[in-house]
Write a protein that binds this ligand. Structure first.
Ligand SMILES: Cc1cc2nc3c(=O)[nH]c(=O)nc-3n(C[C@H](O)[C@H](O)[C@H](O)COP(=O)(O)OP(=O)(O)OC[C@H]3O[C@@H](n4cnc5c(N)ncnc54)[C@H](O)[C@@H]3O)c2cc1C
Length: 106
């Protein structure tokens, strides 16, 4: 796990660690953007709360929700994604094209 420093500039910050967050992390890490995922306190998102997921392509026998989310996380980590287990408390999006957005954590 990465410890956030008081102030740092990142290429990409992803808030949330459900299927959407880890998918964004996988693609941006494969693009060498070394994303930082603010995972929240419930990493893996809503699928952590379920048993069989029967409709995910590539798993013809189905897969347990937590096992699927572990695979999402491992795959993103393999390409250099970093994780912070904390919550984003505020987000400020820049109006400027190419401007710096600001995310407060914890
Ligand atoms: C019991 C149950 C069974 C389900 N079964 C299936 C199924 O079989 N097949 C299927 O296709 N779908 C299923 N779903 C739906 C599926 O879980 C959702 O469609 C999917 O999780 C949505 O993914 P997401 O990444 O958009 O959001 P989420 O999974 O909701 O993830 C959001 C993430 O953001 C984090 N977060 C929120 N606020 C903050 C913050 N301020 N800072 C940091 N992190 C934050 C949360 O902790 C969480 O990790 C099921 C849902 C439930 C509840």
């Amino acid at each position: 796990m990465t410890s956030p420093s008081p102030e740092q500039i990142e290429n990409v910050i992803i808030v949330g660690s459900g299927p959407a967050g880890y998918t964004a992390a996988l693609y941006t890490s494969r693009a060498n953007l070394t994303p930082l995922v603010i995972e929240g306190f419930m990493w893996g998102g809503l699928l952590q709360q379920t048993t069989d997921v029967e409709n995910y392509p590539g798993f013809p026998e189905g897969i347990e929700g937590p096992a699927l989310m572990q695979k999402f996380r491992d795959q993103a980590e393999r390409f250099g994604t970093r994780f912070v287990t904390d919550e984003a408390t505020q987000v400020e999006l820049s109006d400027e094209p190419g401007g710096v957005h600001t995310v407060w954590v914890g």
